[in-house]
Design a protein around this ligand. Structure first.
Ligand code: FES
Length: 109
């Protein structure tokens, strides 16, 4: 995602604005990102992504989302229509895939 792409589509809050907020305020919890122009307080779609950005910041990594703005917006559209979140998509974007079982059993070979 590019800095001017919107993470919170409800309130048009860009990745740049969120990263500036994280740098400036260093919030102890992700939910405080809602102070940044109400990000995350609309449909709720962006909440797991805001948490990911907060986690990256807390770990000293550059907060980013590994997705195109078009894919992100399309997935949000589906979420708004079905009220279901594609967890595989979320995990892929946030890099939060969980291994199932010990390596060699269900995990990567
Ligand atoms: S996209 Fe952020 S609350 Fe809807």
């Amino acid at each position: 995602m590019n800095p001017d792409d919107h993470v919170c589509l409800c309130f048009h809050v860009s990745l740049r604005k969120i990263n500036s907020y994280l740098e400036r305020e260093n919030p102890p919890v992700a939910s405080l990102i809602s102070e940044c122009l109400s990000a995350g307080t609309g449909c709720g779609w962006c909440v797991p992504f805001l948490k990911h950005l907060h986690r990256c910041h807390a770990q000293g990594k550059t907060p980013d989302l590994a997705v195109s703005p078009e894919q992100y917006a399309n997935q949000r559209l589906t979420y708004r229509q079905t009220k279901e979140r594609d967890q595989t998509f979320v995990d892929g974007v946030t890099g939060e895939e969980k291994e199932i079982g010990p390596p060699g059993v269900d995990g990567p070979q």
